[in-house]
Design a protein around this ligand. Structure first.
Ligand SMILES: [Zn+2]
Ligand SMILES: [Zn+2]
Length: 244
């Protein structure tokens, strides 16, 4: 018996959101997001979550990934983001919030695969993503990485790379610890993050790179990381996150 089969007997794949064992289910049209790979859904998440998760609508702001309010105008037009586009899969709420917390703080590294697959599927459905040449995870400082044992963004980037065939670059480093931004005012957060990242290489080798992270909230982290990449190796930078 192949190792994969034996592993599945003892550790059957579970839904990343409700953690029920995945047994396969008939997938009906209209019960899952249009960008999802229909035939692969039963291997990634359960039927209830496929239809009930807080997926972002299709008419999201292409620049910041937020759902538009119907008027087609997003408040991000006042932001000075150094990234061009943002792809996000879901809102940061309910089971998604729970899953991302487990992924980040409770050593549930297996969540990278289902979350990364969903992110890849959505990404490949977007026109602007076609020019992307490689993916770059948002890094942690060496100290934080040693404490956690892994970087959740790097695990996601690995899956996105595998699914899309794009190389994963390790060119960015985080040189400044910026934890506990809670309680900080908006401007303080942005200031606190200034100079947090550095690109290890120089020379505009890439036209369009994609930053990967688990969540995008204010956009300040992605903005700073995009600045560092553009000062280093990239002409344009976009972002892909699981939740927004
Ligand atoms: Zn589920
Ligand atoms: Zn926007």
């Amino acid at each position: 018996m192949p190792t994969g089969t034996i592993l599945k007997m003892f550790f059957p794949p579970r839904c990343p959101f409700c953690r029920k064992i995945l047994k396969g289910f008939p997938v009906e049209d209209g019960t899952y997001p249009v960008w999802a790979k229909k035939e692969a859904i039963p291997e990634v998440l359960c039927g209830r979550c496929a239809s009930e998760l807080p997926w972002l609508k299709d008419d999201c702001c292409p620049r910041c990934g937020r759902e538009l309010d119907g008027k087609g105008i997003c408040s991000c037009r006042e932001e000075k983001y150094a990234f061009e586009n943002c792809c996000a899969v879901s809102r940061y709420t309910g089971e998604v919030r729970e899953a991302l917390r487990f992924f980040k703080y409770h050593q549930k590294k297996w969540l990278a695969e289902p979350l990364g697959k969903l992110l890849s599927w959505k990404l490949t459905s977007l026109n602007w993503a076609r020019s992307i040449e490689a993916v770059v995870p948002i890094p942690l400082t060496p100290r934080r990485l040693a404490a956690r044992g892994y970087n959740q963004a790097a695990l996601l980037a690995e899956i996105v790379g595998k699914e899309t065939g794009l190389p994963v670059l390790d060119v960015l480093e985080r040189v400044k610890e910026t934890e506990s931004q809670t309680g900080m005012k908006r401007e303080e957060r942005w200031k606190n993050l200034q100079g947090a990242f550095r690109c290890r290489e120089r020379g505009q080798k890439y036209g369009h790179l994609l930053l990967i992270d688990d969540i995008l909230t204010t956009g300040a982290t992605a903005h700073e990381a995009a600045c560092a990449l553009r000062n280093g190796v990239a002409g344009r930078v976009s972002v892909a996150v699981f939740a927004r």
